[in-house]
Design a protein around this ligand. Structure first.
Ligand code: ATP
Length: 235
C-alpha cells in the first residue's frame, strides 16, 4: 500500500533522512521506533507532502506521490495526524470534527463519519458542544485522531499519539488505534513509547540517523536484544 524507497531529506545542510526504505501493507499497523532526532517525524512529513525529499520515491497504492502537494495526498486517503494534537481550542468538538470533512463533497457522508467517531469515542459524543481547549490531553488526542477519521483515511499516519499522556490514557489511545485498524484502515505509527507501539503493531522498524537499521514482525522486535536495550528499558 505504501512503499518508501531510498528516501533522502535535507534541511539546509542537515541530512535528516539517508536512503530510508520501508513498506506498509494493506491492513497493517506498522510502528516506527527511534530516538529523538532519528528522523521519524521527517519521514511522516515527507510522506504527507509537507517536506520535499531530495531523493528517493514514495509510492501509495502504486502511484508515485513523491512530489504531490499535501491536499492531493490527503484526498487519496493518506491522512497525517501531526505531533502535539493540534485541535482548534476555540472551536467545539463537533466543529473540530467537521473540519476533518473539508475535502469531502458529500456532507451526508461527513455526518455519517462524525456519528461513527462518536460511536467509537463516546467521551467525545458527551462533549460535542465543549470547546476543544477545555478537553484533557487524552481527549484532545482522541479528537485529533477522530478528525482524521472524518477525512476518510485508508492509511493513517500517527505521530507520537502517546506523548505526554498517562499510562492508562496511552492504553486507550492504542486501543483506539487497534479498533481503527480492525475496521480496515492501515496505520503507520511513530512512537517513542516502544512498549505500547509494539503491542498494537503487526510489524515495526527502528530508525537511526535517518535510515532503517532493523525491521520485522512486532513479536520479533519485542524479543530483539538491540530493541530491548535501546527502547524497552534494558534487559
Ligand atoms: P522527535 O521524536 O524528536 O520528533 P524524530 O525521530 O521525529 O525525533 P525528526 O524530527 O524527524 O526526528 O528529525 C530528524 C533530524 O532532522 C534531526 O537531526 C533534527 O535535528 C533535524 N531537523 C528536524 N526538523 C528540522 C528543521 N526544521 N530544520 C533543521 N533540522 C531539522
Amino acid at each position: 500500500m505504501l512503499e518508501i524507497r531510498g528516501l533522502d531529506v535535507h534541511y539546509g545542510g542537515v541530512h535528516a533522512l539517508r536512503g530510508l526504505s520501508l513498506t506498509v501493507a494493506a491492513g497493517e499497523v506498522v510502528a516506527l521506533l527511534g530516538n529523538n532526532g532519528a528522523g521519524k517525524t521527517t519521514t511522516l512529513s515527507a510522506v504527507s507532502g509537507l517536506l520535499r525529499p531530495s531523493g528517493g520515491a514514495i509510492l501509495f497504492e502504486g502511484a508515485d506521490i513523491t512530489r504531490d502537494p499535501p491536499h492531493r495526498i490527503t484526498a487519496r486517503g493518506l491522512v497525517h495526524v501531526p505531533e502535539g494534537r493540534r485541535v482548534f481550542s476555540a472551536l467545539t468538538v463537533q466543529e473540530n470534527l467537521q473540519l476533518g470533512g473539508y475535502l469531502v463533497r458529500d456532507q451526508a457522508e461527513v455526518r455519517r463519519r462524525i456519528e461513527r467517531v462518536y460511536d467509537l469515542l463516546p467521551r467525545l459524543a458527551e462533549r460535542r458542544r465543549q470547546r476543544g481547549g477545555t478537553l484533557s490531553g487524552g481527549e484532545q488526542q482522541m479528537l485529533a485522531i477522530g478528525r482524521a477519521l472524518v477525512t476518510g483515511p485508508r492509511l493513517l499516519l500517527l505521530d507520537e499519539p502517546s506523548m505526554g499522556l498517562a499510562p492508562l490514557v496511552v492504553a486507550s489511545v492504542m486501543e483506539l488505534v487497534a479498533g481503527i485498524n480492525a475496521e480496515g484502515t492501515s496505520v503507520l505509527l511513530v512512537e517513542q513509547n516502544a512498549v505500547a507501539a509494539l503491542r498494537v503493531a503487526h510489524r515495526g522498524y527502528v530508525i537511526e540517523n535517518g535510515t532503517c537499521v532493523l525491521g520485522g514482525p512486532a513479536a520479533e522486535l519485542r524479543e530483539d536484544s538491540r530493541v530491548v536495550e535501546a527502547y524497552l528499558g534494558g534487559a
